[in-house]
Design a protein around this ligand. Sequence first.
Ligand code: MRU
Length: 337
Amino acid sequence: MKANGKEVRSVEYDKERNVIRLIDQRALPEELKFFEVGDYKEACYAIKDMVVRGAPAIGVTAAFAMAQAHLQKKDLKEVAGALRATRPTAYDLNYAIDRMLESEDPLRAAMEYYDSILDKGKRIGDYGEALIRDGSTVMTHCNAGALATADYGTALAPIRRAKEKGKKIKVLVSETRPRLQGAKLTAWELSNEGIEYYIIADGASGYFMKKGMVDLIIVGADRIASNGDFANKIGTYEKSVLAKENGVPFYVAAPVSTFDFSIDTGSEIPIEERSEDEVLFISGKRIAPQNSRALNPAFDVTPCDYVTGFITEYGVFKPEEIKKIREKNHYAQGRVA
Ligand code: MRU
């Protein structure tokens, strides 16, 4: 992705120094700075504290952390356990760790995994772009862009591709309380790419849909169950219901590695609860009375009934075609549908 006129990536591995270099997403959009990970404990901190976030980016970071630990002659089972415990909802984290554990050469496997994530983003972009007509307004939630993957993105990939192909598009970016990934990160990416966007308050989504000002919605996903129910950033569910109510197509963009075919429905997806302070404070300033408590689930589950289609690296699939997606994931073969 472009930033300050330079090409940068959210996650990179420096082979010579055996160090993982992350864009510190906590500092954006004010400052573009980097955070270096020297061992798996630092990787766990970086994932938990959201230096790096977004399901595919967490997966790639964990893959490199496993490779790094392998070179440091650490016990990979212990490292895997610590990494898995950082953020429970994103399935890519488990998927990436499993791939590293079964490889005899975790460094090569991590490099290949990284390249595959880059490639998948581009393919999702190509397939998803066809859904965006010239002159469209697309709504998205949270950040499912280059920052949330290795580059390019999932939900933002079709938007980027549409712009590259010369389509005139607008993006409505919901701010995404409590951590404001929309207002801070998606807006930063779209601004760097010269794509027209407007930040809207989370509660304004229905207003714009009802006015007929949204042509389609594209969001990312953290985990997708066998029946197509999926977890994504808190607030996604509301948007999907409003989309159905207002006849707005609602798409989920995700690589096949986000599908967890070991679970049947969304009710089995573990939902991360984060600190109350994320809700009670904004930029370090308390916004609620001293004695207020808060509840802060980081994700919600959207039933598959609200999904128009899944944009994957193999094409766009309707919910009733999920079996075809399972056939593309050879790690899911043999599991009961
Ligand atoms: O808590 P976050 O910022 O890690 O949540 C990220 C999301 O919900 C994204 O939409 C999802 O991971 C897909 S990213 C390509």
